[in-house]
Write a protein that binds this ligand. Structure first.
Ligand SMILES: CC(C)(COP(=O)(O)OP(=O)(O)OC[C@H]1O[C@@H](n2cnc3c(N)ncnc32)[C@H](O)[C@@H]1OP(=O)(O)O)[C@@H](O)C(=O)NCCC(=O)NCCS
Length: 176
């Protein structure tokens, strides 16, 4: 099944499929340690060439059904990213990160609701998983507000921190 590349709209935001040209703004956002320390797979400091290659590959990932990644725009400016990746067996992994200047205004919850619906209705997934570092209270609130259920806590390696951390894992089942 090919999932149509389309934008999603919320009251204040537009979420559009990412393009290669988003890499520089993503690099700027991830240059903030307070953002990137919460991203298990990201390097710090960020590597511009690696981020450019990653964004260059994202249209292909979408068409292959591997990952659906949306740039979140407020008034035409990219303030963050919401994605569904690691898609396998009808389940994807929800991720999100926002420019620190955009925090605390309800954008994460507002933005992430649309890709959650997209995952169920457009992509036909049966559910989503997600997780956050145990010290990331805000992300726990985001997942709770999206309806995710807490599953367990596991030890994982954080690339950005360069150490093992406790990760709280969650799931959202569309079939029950
Ligand atoms: C986590 C993140 C996405 C939250 O974005 P945000 O736009 O500030 O979130 P919202 O404004 O939608 O707030 C969501 C909830 O978190 C709460 N919250 C926000 N910041 C908080 C903080 N520092 N401590 C505790 N709760 C917090 C809000 O109060 C809200 O809950 P409430 O409605 O019950 O009051 C943002 O902080 C971020 O990008 N962090 C860095 C990257 C990251 O952590 N990504 C997730 C990795 S798992």
């Amino acid at each position: 099944m090919t999932v149509v590349r389309r934008s999603l709209r919320t009251e204040r935001l537009v979420l559009r499929p990412t393009i290669a040209a988003d890499a520089d703004q993503a690099f700027a956002i991830q240059s903030d340690w307070d953002v990137t320390r919460m991203l298990r797979m990201a390097s710090f400091p960020p590597d511009l060439e690696e981020i450019r290659q990653w964004f260059h590959d994202q249209p292909r990932e979408w068409l292959a059904g591997e990952a659906y990644r949306f740039a979140v725009e407020q008034d035409g400016r990219m303030i963050g990213l919401v994605d569904i990746d690691e898609i396998a067996g009808g389940v994807g992994s929800l991720g999100y990160w926002f420019d620190r200047a955009a925090w605390g205004q309800g954008f994460a919850v507002e933005a992430a609701r649309s890709p959650v619906r997209f995952a169920r209705e457009d992509a036909g997934l049966e559910g989503l998983k997600s997780g956050h570092a145990a010290d990331n209270v805000a992300s726990g609130r985001v997942l709770a507000k999206l309806g995710f259920c807490f599953i367990d806590t596991v030890e994982v390696f954080s690339r950005s921190r360069g150490e093992m951390i406790d990760q709280r894992r969650y799931a959202l089942n569309f079939t029950t």
